[in-house]
Design a protein around this ligand. Structure first.
Ligand SMILES: Nc1ncnc2c1ncn2[C@@H]1O[C@H](COP(=O)(O)OP(=O)(O)OP(=O)(O)O)[C@@H](O)[C@H]1O
Length: 936
């Protein structure tokens, strides 16, 4: 109800006499045979805009609107039980002509008034039919269109409808369905019947909702409803009714709206509403509801298809790219269906309302009369429409004179007793038919949806871009591979061609050479034949007395040349002869020199022998003197005169005298004499003397005797070795142990003795002595003894096992070069024997020297300043290196460097060569040298 705006340009209401209601057409009043008022101006008649036109005119809510008159149907309720009785003798106050859409209201038996409505629904009209003609065109159009089309008597209406069949809620237009009528005439029956027991009885609300839910998808098209009752109850005064100043849309922000997903939930909602609906008995209708019941259904639909159509349109005309049009936001249509079950329209005094309900009735009547005034004003194009007079009119502002499509059903009863009310209702309907709305599409841009779509579009484009990029890269890769193949193919062809050319040249060359050779051979043969012929000819000529003087001259020349050559050869021979005689002279002189040197050598040897003999004599004398001096000192210590001779003295004395006597025969002879005169057993028995001095002297004598190889066997046979070992074990005198060790060392030069020493635990005793001794000379003797043992092939394992090597290494602590030399000798002996055993296959595994920890010392002293030590160690290293099994340990301990040094710098060629050979033949050393990048 647009306030202050006259929307209906139709003529004034008809007079009572020819009150021919306006057209039965929906959008355009139907022309009547009588002079009938037209609800729509002529200029607008038939001017309903087709949906497509409406759409194009509407730019997301910018719709100018389509004229649409309020559509009014009248429905007659059948006589109820009470009327059957009360009005039994009376005819109905109305007579219906549904096919003419006319209603006759009887004034009396002979007079009646005829009214036309858009639809006239008799008491027999089914609920389905009522829905289809009253509400369906507002909700949707299809069925009604078919029904209308099937009625030939309404051809004009149908044609009009076909021009404008889409102005429905489901197409984005607001719609209102309203029932107006006296209490008990069937408003609630028409609109609000739930039809739970009999589905045929379902009213407009239920059917409309079925259609809406059936045509929408809960996922994309949200549908929400508000069920509003008691709007006029004073307690609900605070319910705000808000009107959008731009669109004219009316809303109730304070009212709860429930989103619906199915019909079932709607039915529950209605049931709940019905239960709450305030109802009070009135005289007229025991089920009468005093309040208005209003159902508001909000439908939001996104427009499908139109966007695509727009796109194709742009595409065809080439006025806009697809990309640009795809940014056009989608359109969403928001529409609203309002179903209003008004309270009864009867007058208060008739309804019999009292007390509390009286107030209600006043309020209801006030709102209904306000609605009537508004409709009157609209129907009469009055400049002022009193919309603000009541909540109801404010709420229905959009439905009358607004932008909604409105369908009104007026309900009447047949009873002549309520003729006045019926007449009043009919007149309300007649006036409402004159009200014209400007039906507008409720569209707006759906930017959220556009955003979502653009996001998806963007993702698609990115994916497409990536796919294209990948295709591009694949293509590049393919081309590159192809190019590589071509290049490789070209290279192969080129190489083949080159090779063919080379072979061809080679062949040509060979052919040329062959030809040249053949030519040369033939030339030679030819020359030989010519020469032969020439010789033959020459021979013939010689025999022939007719030889020419030229040829004689040539022969002479040849002869001369021959002579010269012979002369030269003779000179050469003579020169060679003189050279030979010169060398012969030189040789004779050399021989004389050699003879002279030999003589000198012999003389030197004689001299040396004499000196050695003298040394032996002197040594013997020294021994005698020493013995004598010791004895003298001892007797002096005992307080004697020094003349007391013990058995030993007499022994020594005898030996001395004997020695002096035989001094002319040399030391060896004197010692042998001593042996014979004193007796070995006697000497050895003195080793066990209780007198330590005697023991010292005795051991010295035995040591001297043992120094002679000839005595060694006898000493051992006589038990001398055992006695000496006993001394090592038992004597605490360092001198005795030193001399005994020296004697053992001498005896240990013999292989048999070596085994005896080992058998008698000699190595253990020597090791103990080595550990205890401090005197370097003692250590030298012990080391010498062990070193000798180290030279025995059979004793290797035992020597190592019984600690001999470790004892040897322990002695280096004193640092004395004599001791170190013996240690080095022992190690070299051991290494040599072990190497031999390994070579023969008698020894496997790493060297016992390495196992006993000798390698670090060996490496450290390999370049010792004292040459005897250095030489022994160098030899030991070479022996160790000959066996691959030792190589890794040697490398780890740094022996490789020493071997390299030995192979380069050792002054002894045999050792140098040995080291060199060893390094070359060892794969491990070779690998390490390569790794260290040492040129070898
Ligand atoms: N067309 C019809 N056919 C059969 N019965 C009907 C019809 N219309 C109404 N009635 C019956 O008439 C009675 C009154 O109907 P209803 O309550 O719908 O009237 P109302 O106009 O809504 O009254 P109120 O204004 O007091 O609410 C109900 O019993 C209903 O069943």
């Amino acid at each position: 109800m647009a306030s202050g705006s006259f929307r209906n340009g139709g003529p004034k209401l008809p007079s009572k006499l020819d009150r021919q209601p306006s057209s039965a057409a929906y959008s355009t009043p139907k022309p009547s045979s009588k002079s009938r008022p037209s609800a729509v101006p002529a200029s607008r008649r038939g001017g309903s805009v087709a949906p497509a036109a409406a759409h194009s005119a509407s730019k997301a809510g910018g719709d100018a609107g389509v004229p649409g008159r309020v559509r009014v149907a009248v429905r007659l309720r059948p006589r109820n039980a009470e009327e059957m009785i009360a009005d039994a003798d009376f005819a109905d106050c109305v007579e219906l002509q549904p096919e003419l859409k006319r209603l006759k209201l009887r004034k009396n038996n002979w007079e009646s008034e005829t009214y036309e409505f858009d639809e006239v629904l008799t008491e027999f009209a089914s609920q389905k039919r009522v829905y289809e003609v009253v509400a369906k065109p507002v909700v949707e159009f299809a069925v009604y269109l078919l029904d209308a089309a099937s009625s030939s008597s309404h051809a004009l209406n149908v044609s009009t409808l076909r021009h404008n069949p889409f102005l429905s809620v489901l197409e984005g237009y607001n719609g209102t369905v309203m029932a107006y009528g006296q209490t008990g005439t069937g408003k609630t029956f028409t609109l609000g019947r739930l039809g739970e027991e009999d589905t045929a009885a379902r009213g407009i609300m239920v059917r409309a909702m079925e259609d809406i839910l059936g045509d929408t998808s809960p996922e994309t098209d949200p549908v929400s409803v508000s069920y509003l009752q008691d709007l006029l109850v004073p307690a609900n005064d605070n319910i705000a009714i808000v009107e959008d100043p731009k669109t004219g849309d009316v809303s109730l922000p304070g009212v709860t709206s429930v989103e619906l997903r199915d019909q079932k939930s709607f039915m529950e909602l209605l049931r709940l509403g019905e239960a709450h609906r305030f109802a009070a008995n009135t005289k007229l209708n025991t089920e009468s509801s005093r309040s208005h019941a209003i159902l508001i259904v909000h439908v939001k639909r996104s427009v499908k298809g139109r966007h695509d159509a727009d796109q194709s349109f742009h595409g065809e005309n080439g006025t806009s790219s697809t990309m640009v049009t795809s940014f056009r936001p989608p359109i969403v249509r928001k529409s609203k269906l309002v179903v209003v079950d008004l309270a009864g329209s009867e007058r208060i005094d008739k309804s019999g309302s009292e007390g509390h309900t009286l107030e209600e009735a006043k309020s209801i009547n006030l709102s209904l009369s306000a609605l009537g005034k508004c409709i009157n004003a609209l129907a009469e194009n009055s400049p002022h429409v009193p919309v603000r007079d009541s909540k109801l009119t404010r709420l229905l502002r959009d439905s009358f004179g607004g932008s909604a499509r409105t369908s009104l059903v007026v309900t009447i009863g047949p009873s002549p007793r309520h003729r006045g009310e019926t007449s009043s209702t009919i007149m309300f309907g007649q006036r409402a038919m004159k009200v014209e709305n400007m039906v507008k599409l409720k569209e707006e841009f759906d930017y959220k949806s556009l955003c979502r779509r653009l996001d998806i579009e963007l993702d698609k484009l990115i994916a497409e871009n990536e796919r294209q990029r990948k295709d591009f890269e694949d293509e590049i890769e393919r081309i590159r591979t192809e190019a590589d193949n071509h290049i490789a193919e070209a290279e192969r062809s080129y190489t083949n061609a080159l090779e063919n050319e080379r072979l061809k040249c080679q062949q040509d060359y060979m052919d040329s050479i062959k030809k040249l050779e053949e030519k040369w051979m033939s030339d030679v043969e030819k020359a030989r034949l010519e020469h032969q012929d020439a010789c033959l000819e020459k021979a013939c000529n010689k025999e022939a007395p007719t030889s020419s003087s030229d040829e004689i001259a040539e022969v002479r020349q040849l002869l001369q040349t021959e002579k010269l050559m012979r002369q030269s050869s003779e000179d050469e021979v003579s020169n060679l002869k003189s050279e030979v005689s010169h060398w012969k002279n030189l040789e004779a002189a050399g021989n004389a020199e050699i003879m002279k040197l030999r003589k000198m050598l012999d003389s030197e040897a004689n001299q040396k022998q004499k000196l050695e003999e003298e040394i032996a004599i002197l040594k013997s004398q020294l021994l005698q003197l020493s013995l004598q001096a010791d004895e003298t000192r001892r007797s002096l210590d005992r307080g004697g005169s020094g003349k007391v001779l013990t058995g030993f003295d007499s022994l020594v004395s005898q030996a001395r005298h004997s020695q002096l006597r035989d001094s002319a025969n040399g030391p060896k002879a004197s010692i042998a004499k001593l042996f014979e005169q004193v007796g070995l057993q006697k000497i050895l028995s003195l080793l066990e003397s209780e007198d330590p001095d005697v023991r010292v002297h005795a051991v010295k004598v035995v040591a001297n005797l043992a120094a002679e190889e000839a005595n060694q066997e006898k000493i051992v046979e006589a038990g001398g070795l055992t006695s000496l070992l006993m001394l090592l074990r038992s004597s605490e005198d360092e001198t005795i142990r030193r001399v005994a060790a020296g004697a053992i060392a001498n005896l240990a030069m013999n292989e048999t003795n070596q085994e005896l020493i080992m058998a008698q635990g000699g190595i253990t005793l020597l090791s103990i002595t080595a550990a205890d001794a401090e005197d370097p000379q003692t250590l030298r003797m012990v080391a010498g003894a062990i070193a000798n043992l180290c030279g025995n092939d059979k004793l290797q394992m035992r020597l190592s096992g019984e600690g001999g090597i470790k004892a040897l290494l322990g002695m280096v602590r004193c640092g004395h070069p004599d001791v170190l030399a013996q240690v080095a000798r022992g190690i070299a002996n051991f290494a040599k024997c072990e190497s031999r055993a390994s070579t023969q296959g008698n020894k496997v595994g790493v060297s016992l020297l390495i196992e006993d920890g000798a390698l670090p010392w060996i490496v450290k002293n390999a370049n010792h300043e004292a040459s005897p030590i250095r030489r022994h160690i160098e030899l030991a290293l070479c022996h160790l290196a000959q066996h691959e099994v030792n190589a890794k340990d040697m490398i780890r301990e740094g022996a490789l460097w020493e071997l390299v040094r030995i192979s380069r710098d050792c002054s002894r060629e045999d050792i140098r060569m040995l080291a060199h050979r060893t390094l070359i033949s060892s794969p491990t050393f070779q690998a390490e040298l390569r790794r260290l990048r040492i040129e070898f």
